[in-house]
Design a binder for this molecule. Sequence first.
Ligand code: GLU
Length: 309
Amino acid sequence: MPCKSSEELNELVLEAKKYTKYGKVADYIPELKKAHPHDLSVAIYHPNGTCRSAGDIQQKITLQSISKVLTLALALIDCGEESVFRKVGYEPTGDPFNSIIKLEIMNPTKPLNPMINAGALAVTHMIKGKNIEDRLNRILSFVQELTNNPNVTYSQEVAKSEFETAHLNRSLCYYMKQYGVINEDVEELMDLYTKQCAIEMDCLDLARIGIVFAMDGVEPITNKRIIPVDVARICKTFMVTCGMYNASGEFAVRVGIPAKSGVSGGIMGAVPNRFGIGIFGPALDDKGNSIAGLKLLEMMSIKYALSMF
Ligand code: GLU
């Protein structure tokens, strides 16, 4: 079903777009520098399959940290709650997403949560499969099922660009390997992780992932359960507590929905039983969230009474 452009959303996008000038596109992954800072688009997917949008929703984004929610779901399906949380904790860190400090000063054998890079790398390590290719294919099939789009794949350029420059993530892996959190080859894990982060899609696909979480793991059109209800609940809880980097508390107050953002400028939102939201706005604020995307969600939250609190 095509996504219909909405006049109402368009007005909100135009208003929120004014904030793009205060943000900056991520540049530590060289390929992400190519994004246009003034882009802003949104798609909202409803449980009945209708979709409303504004902006250039054909524009593709890489998931980056948004993929961490999806690999967490897959690892929970693969290994179960107990084994996953034996290796990764539940608590927000208050540090930047790529920080190593808490690993050293709090617990070197257990990254604090699955949304920071250390925790996400430990989670990707748990995804089962015969080899890296098989594990990547499992992640891709899962994402294709969530989006109901068999064409979703990863951007080779973005994956390569991150793989060649991800020295900090490599150091997190080596640190965790020293302490037995991971035991596979670090280059192989980095290969898988950078490809997972480079999975590419448009806002509509992102909104479709949002609706599956909003409906507790069921794809509302096919009525197929893709994620067990407990796994969806755990993922949404992390989206609330750590999904928006170190602005998750403020986001909970101002917007009040489970959401996850990535350094590409994507935000995936899940409004319980109501909407899946996909946003793309590559200019980021100093915490790493899409600056105009946040404004847009704040306005949407007021207009459509989105807060679950
Ligand atoms: N691939 C990115 C990294 O690991 C994801 C970070 C993010 O989106 O927060 O640095």
